[in-house]
Structure formats: C-alpha cells, structure tokens
Design a protein. Sequence first.
Length: 332
Amino acid sequence: MRHAALLCSLVVSSFAFAAAPAKHSAGPRIEVTVTPAAAGSAPLTGRILVAVSKAATGEPRTQIDESYESQQVFGMDVTGAAPGTPIVLDDASAYGYPIRHLADLPAGEYTVQAVFNRYEEFHLANGKTVLLPPDKGEGQHWNTKPGNPMSKPVKMTFAKNGALTITADATIPEPPAPAPDTKYIRHVRIRSELLSKFWGREMFVSAIVLLPEGFDSHPDAHYPTVVYQDHFHPNFSAIGWRETPPPADLQGREASRAKWQYAFYQAWTNGTLPHVLIVEPQHANPYYDDSYAVNSASIGPYGDAITQELIPAVEKKLRGIGQGWARATYGG
C-alpha cells in the first residue's frame, strides 16, 4: 500500500520542473484562472491540478487515491504564471491519472475542482536550489495544504473536443488544530538543527506520544521507549485510541476498528500491557508525508534527526530511560 500511495503521489507532483508551454495542441483543454484574491500578486510557480469526479457528493480534490475507486485528476507544472491569467492544460501538456490523456476522458457531466499547489525555493546546504511544496502541518497533501488556491466544486459538461473554464478564487483553509494534550496523549515538537542546516530554512519534527497508565502518579518512574513508524497522521494512530465503548449502531469496518481501539485502551490502562512510552514520529517533508526515517541525498538526515534529536527530546521531556537497551521499534 505504501508503494501504491507513492506512485499515486508521483502522478500529481513533478521532479523535472519545467515552464508551461506557450503553444497548445488542438483538442480538449482545461483553462484555470487563479485570481489575485486567492493567490496574491506574486507569480505562480508550482503544479496545477484539476480533479474531475463522477461521485455524487464530496469535493473532487479529496477523491484522488491509489484505489480502483479513484476519480480523475490532470496535472501540469507551472512556472511564473501571473495571477488572473488563464493556465491552459491540454492533451500535450497535462498528465492524467488514472486516465493518462485528456483526450481519452469520456464526454459527460462531472464535478470539477482545481487546486494550485504552490512551490517555494529551498537553498540546500550542498549548493543546489530546488522548487518544492513545503509541508504546512497537513502532512504533505496538495489537496489539503493550507493556503493553496482552489476553486469550489462545480458541475460541468465535458465535450470530447471542448473546453472547461474554471476560476480558482478560494484558498484551502488551515487544518483543524491538533488535539490538545490529555492524561495519556502528549505532543512534542522540536526544531531540528540537522534538517535546518540541510534545507537552508527552519525545519521541525514532532511526535505524538502515548503515556503509560500511572505516569502522573509516579513522577520518579522512567520508561522504555517504543517507536511506531508509519505515514503522517494528525492524531495518535498506533493501533488507535478510544476511551469510550463504540456506539451500538456502528457497523462494518468502522465498528471493528472502534472495538479494537477500545480494547487496546482497556488493556493499556488495566495493567495488561507493559508500561512504556509509545512514540509516533511526524516527519512530513517537501517530498512526501513521511521520510521513511532514513538519511538520503534527497531529503536529508531524517534518520539522524529522529534518532539523535527527536527521540532523545521526547525521552528527556517525558521521562524515558534513554538507553539503547530500553528502545524498540515497530510499524513500517
């Protein structure tokens, strides 16, 4: 699933950045105007994405994924476009998923929505400058990144050789604030010296931490650390956490998930499970929603940032033992 999700993300992003072509082929086209009200006056550099959906409800921008039920999206790189000037996607310039070519999109009525994923310059420590979309707390998702210009969903009829005209005059709002700290759930966020040096700007990593039963009532106790590795999640997701029984009318997969989450809560708090800190790192970056917790020439020293900066900071703040023999990891 991780590999499928990565392939899907590559469809809606680009690593070979190029200016939009000045000439456009004959045939179907989509014209998107990003207004100054949505984008400001600065030139637009990034990727324009147009989601085209047959779903009866919901926003098309949230309906693109790696499953067979995915709706359609077309994307194109844009460099230095003036807000208020139409950006044109045609069969030669736009790359589509799951249908590759705009010309192959069946005629008919669709709900259409455009999003402009803005890129910024990163001046790396190796002397290179790259254009990438910064994570803004949403977990590196173009369709929920706060501040990205977007259009409202609109019903449109697509003809085989016709044109769709879209106005992006809104922006994606800020995501909901993280859940507050509770008796069991804590949040730790630190500036990473290693990543800030690599990326040439302030970079942060964070963690959601599940505390053991009795943490507050035993202030002198120290605990082993168990690190759970996964994609970005806005809330604690290692097994899940539910402090109340699931509703009786909950059905299907959601009912099963809620049942196991509540069972885990009971085992965690009644002494069945060992008393440890479960640490879920958050390391979304300009390329993806997590770094795979490794060092690389592309994303920098995320492995070192997590193991040498984040985990010790969590252990210091939340009374971890802080020794190698008292650390373990799972997930992936």
